[in-house]
Design a protein. Sequence first.
Length: 517
Amino acid sequence: MTFCAIFVPDFLLQAVLRSDSALRNRSIALLDGAAPNFHVVAANRSAGLLGVILGMTKAAAAEFAGVEIISRRKDREVSAHAALLDAAWSFSPRVEDTGVDTVLLDLAGLTTLFGSYENIALQIKSRCLALGLGVHVAISANPETARVLACAGPGPTIVPDGQEAQFLKLLPVDLLAPSVELIDVLRQWGVTTCGALAALPVLSLSECVGQEGVRLHAIASGNGQRALILAEPVNLFEESLELDDAVEELEPLSFLLGRLLDQLCARLLARALATRKIFLQLELQPVFEKAFDTSREFLRKRQVSETFECSLTLPRPVQDAKLLLKLLRLRLQSNPPKAPIQKLLMRAEPGRPVAMQTGLFLPGAPDPDKLELTLARIASVVGENNVGFAELLDSHRPGAMRMQKFLGSSSTPSNHKKNEDSKIGFRVMRPPLPVHVTLQDSLPTQVSFRGQTWKVVQASGPWRSSGEWWEENPWQEDAWDLELCAPGGNGKSAASVVYCTVFDALQQKWFVRGSYD
């Protein structure tokens, strides 16, 4: 068996840079701890050249000109670790979640898909870079050797079978992650490299330092063989961003939304997935007018900020971050948040992408994503509740319906078939057209509307219906289907038409509801 180790150097810094790529060319010092004991837990190379060291206090680090002080954000680290796992699962289902900055993969059978191990390592580095993570990659016949070599250098490092000890020989023994007590003992013995540790007699080492020494001796000798503790694939795609300065305008908010959507779509694409629903939660600042209210009750309530929630449901799964950004912008334009935004949380529900194949000699169909964008633009003008298709309500009231959003073809029942025997169409007049009806023996004999008088050839009805008597505006009507004809100009009868005519019993008026084709 062959294993691959993926290690993210300077994980805390990379988690921050992944969320804000504009910081990559700056000197950064990352702070952690509780006030007032903030201290530096990570710093990039340029900050180190200026004099920033780990453990330095916030006040000391702020004295260096050009160093940007950033607080550690656990939510960014969670997202970065999830992206690392997504990159690993995109190559192999057998993945071990070794640490917050390290994962191990079982490469069994992957050479038939990706070719050589060198090609696999290069594709892993490229995939992780697309997710915003620069990684070290090492491949070996045992997982512990791969893990140590990945921590040692950028690679990609490919270890031939039987040469594990040779590759580990010159590496410092600290890469084996021994305990603090064992490090002190090894330093006293003068053991600083893996080769020196592997040269010690294992029986004497066991008597002096116990089983930990035996385990590290096996790793240093290139015999760190063990079974992977496999992690279950998780379909949770969530990204968050907490802001130092609140955002009020739509344009800067769109820039932040685009950053989160790029990260989510990159993770979905790595797992060969798409999204059909985006959920956005915005944490808002407290109301400014109450900012100077120091009462105990207000201070207690102010701990919980108000939130604004928005969701975007699509008719089919997509992977296009730009399309999703345009749709979110239109949604927020029609319903903006009522206060400045200080934190963003975005979650995508994964789904399988829809593969579309057209005929070889057929013209290309319009892109369904463009249709969704057009509908969103219309909805931003006329309102969300006025775009979609009409769904009949469970009521006898004529015209009782509500608007529903368009759904994808996957939501249509498989047994739904078009009724080929249905030949009659009904053209509804909205609003109904007022008419004058002449009755004889309670039967309609003549209808006048649109400046013309029609003779009733045949009448069917009435169909009496009523409902919603408990509401403020009940309804009650008699419906008639009337076949009408008008005298022709040459003395002959014109072609007949069939209209649906109703008598509103509450208004005591006649209306034409529509015509039959």
